[in-house]
Design a protein around this ligand. Structure first.
Ligand SMILES: C[S@@+](CC[C@H](N)C(=O)[O-])C[C@H]1O[C@@H](n2cnc3c(N)ncnc32)[C@H](O)[C@@H]1O
Length: 358
């Protein structure tokens, strides 16, 4: 699974425990990103729907959440992967843009990415293997990139891993049904069926996923966009439709509270970070205000994202600043009926709990 800011990797056991104790049978992960949380819900047997506005995240959701492992022929998948792994490289848009105009990948891998991506489009579009192969390609490319985990900049000197040869591997699928939806949470919220758990992990600051992961967006869409700047970002990054209300201080709070008020779910589980534009008190008041009988906040100390630890970098990858701290507190809010909330948070240490009732 690839490098992703705000990924809830370390919270999986906690979110999994909450989901199983809640005894919910359905879940929606509305801002699914890497799909890690949705995968855990699915693994636990909940019928899970994974949503995101990013096309690459939708492909991950199609692979890890919507695909039923038992419906995929493993021989066919492995044959396709072997075939793609053996294709000779052929320079094209990807190599020119991300290996020559910029230096995100070494050309020996860029030419293979070009060749493999074209073959996926020509041979597998419309088949059940299509999202799986795209996922495998993104993950393979991520293992040989030359960044610190975001695509706003590349390293001045090639990262050691970028010398390795790109290798497509089999994605670890899960058995069972699930759904993937591509779209803006502000619209999807009204279209989704009522659910047992609604898990929310929106962006809480100005860092845009569309620009931080523009290469995955381009690799998946395969639309050869015009690019700008040192990082060769897509020109449509400047357009309103690629901007999220959650990335602007002016709009974030109102949008999120509006979203909460329209949610149709027995239980809301919200990942929340103390560096965000919403205070914990405001979050609690809002949840009680929309009629949730009980709200519990679980607090966890957490290392900050990788960029924060390695320092602040200029667009050309030079280190230009230090970071004041490398720890912050992540909160998980659980809101719903009193009895279900109590059952859901049962066994968490008292020190981690802040409880509020209406
Ligand atoms: C904090 S990340 C989620 C990380 C995820 N929980 C994980 O573990 O990988 C936030 C996600 O929200 C998505 N996003 C941003 N604005 C959105 C919107 N308006 N509607 C739906 N998704 C949005 C981003 O593409 C990003 O993947």
């Amino acid at each position: 699974m690839f490098k992703y800011i705000g990924s809830k990797r370390v919270f999986i056991p906690i979110l999994g425990k909450l989901a199983s104790q809640s005894e919910a049978t359905t879940a929606v992960d509305l801002f699914t990103g890497t799909t890690r949380v949705a995968q855990e819900f699915k693994r636990l047997g909940l019928h899970t729907t994974a949503c995101d506005i990013a096309t690459y995240a939708h492909v991950l959701a199609q692979t890890y959440v919507a695909t039923d492992e038992t419906q995929i022929n493993p021989n066919e998948l492995n044959e396709a992967l072997n075939h793609l792994n053996q294709l000779p490289g052929k320079s094209g848009y990807f190599t020119e843009t991300f290996c020559e105009k910029s230096r995100f990948f070494q050309p020996h891998n860029g030419v293979r990415i070009d060749a493999i991506r074209n073959e996926i489009e020509n041979q597998y579009l419309g088949t059940p293997l299509y999202p799986l192969l795209l996922t495998s390609l993104m993950e393979a490319a991520d293992r040989v990139d030359s960044t610190i985990g975001v695509q706003m900049a590349y390293l001045k000197k090639w990262a050691p891993r970028s010398y390795n040869d790109l290798e497509m591997r089999t994605p670890k699928l899960l058995p069972g049904a699930g759904e993937a939806k591509l779209g803006d949470a502000m619209h999807l919220i009204d279209e989704l069926a009522p659910t047992g758990i609604l898990y929310l992990d929106p962006p809480y600051n100005q860092h845009r996923y569309f620009t931080n992961y523009h290469i995955w967006e381009t690799l998946v869409r395969w639309d050869e966009p015009e690019v700008y700047g040192v990082a060769c970002k897509r020109v449509d990054a400047k357009e309103a439709e690629t901007k999220s209300v959650f990335n602007y201080k002016r709009t974030m709070q109102e949008a999120f509270f509006d979203l909460l008020s329209r949610a149709r779910a027995d239980l809301l589980i919200i990942s929340y970070n103390n560096e965000s534009w919403i205070s914990a008190a405001q979050m609690k008041d809002q949840l009680l205000g929309i009629g949730k009988e009980k709200v519990v906040a679980l607090g966890f100390e957490h290392a900050r994202y990788v960029g924060a630890k390695t320092g602040i970098h200029s667009p050309s990858g030079e280190k230009v600043g230090k970071v004041s701290h490398t720890k912050n507190t992540e909160w998980v809010f659980v809101a719903g009926d009193k009895a279900q909330v109590e059952q859901t948070v049962f066994g968490f240490e008292a020190a981690q709990l802040a409880e509020f009732s209406s």
